[in-house]
Design a protein. Structure first.
Length: 247
């Protein structure tokens, strides 16, 4: 049986020509699109406002926080799209930096200082671990709250009267059965129990739970989407502390 070599060769040549023609069309199309894009970009740049150094810095930090926010959801398992914490909608007004992270955020775990007069009669990490296990709350989220609330100072008291590591208000401490808010074990156990209650109340929405911890449930539920700058900053910092701990 004869093998039709010529026909096969002709088909190969024809196929090669089609490939070359296709590549040429793609190159022409790409060049046309690039030219159109460059024209649009040039036109947009000619009318776009010039950003000063502070605005550029603010924009870059906002972009960083947007990426961190997405990573936070992946790491924490929070699948909710928060309607309360949306600090990345466009360029902020000049000087408005309340929701931006602190530039020098670092690992959450606190190292004892030479002049630290806060007694370390027990291990805070052990207490956090016990609270996390007991109430099924991520230990790094607990650390983030403690860092933002008191910077790990067991004797911290706010001007409003919040006390201890997780800054429990007197009425809240009583409701939680915390007899000594300055006792690290009692404070962290009570504060974590309260945080767990907020997470359950808001179906695991971490942003909403943190907002309620800082601003109060009543305020959050009466004024959804209208968080004060202090609360937005609070949430941003805890997110950053949490991500640093997971890094």
């Amino acid at each position: 049986m004869a093998i039709p070599i010529r026909n096969d060769m002709e088909r190969e040549v024809s196929y090669a020509r089609e490939i070359q023609a296709y590549k040429a069309r793609m190159l022409n199309e790409s060049a046309r699109k690039n030219s159109a894009f460059e024209a649009v970009l040039k036109d947009a740049m000619s009318t776009a406002p010039v950003l000063d150094k502070e605005q550029v810095r603010t924009l870059l930090l906002a972009m960083r926080m947007q990426m961190n926010e997405r990573l936070f959801r992946v790491v924490s398992g929070d699948r909710h799209d928060s309607d309360m914490f949306k600090p990345f909608q466009g360029l902020p007004e000049p000087g408005v930096t309340g929701y931006l992270p602190e530039p020098a955020a670092s690992k959450i775990r606190r190292e004892p200082q030479k002049n630290d007069n806060v007694p370390r009669k027990d291990n805070i990490d052990d207490i956090i671990g016990s609270a996390a296990q007991r109430f099924s709350v991520d230990p790094d989220l607990i650390r983030g709250v403690i860092k933002a609330e008191s910077n790990f100072n067991r004797k911290s008291t706010s001007p409003k009267g919040a006390m201890g590591l997780m800054q429990l208000m007197p009425e809240t401490a009583r409701d939680l059965g915390v007899k000594d808010p300055y006792d690290a074990y009692e404070n962290v156990m009570g504060g974590t129990r309260y945080l767990k209650g907020l997470l359950d109340r808001y179906d695991g929405n971490v942003d909403r739970a943190l907002a309620a911890y800082n601003w109060g449930m009543g305020n959050v539920e009466r004024h959804p989407g209208k968080l004060p700058r202090e609360t937005r900053t609070y949430i941003s910092r805890i997110r950053q502390y949490y991500l640093d701990a997971k890094a």
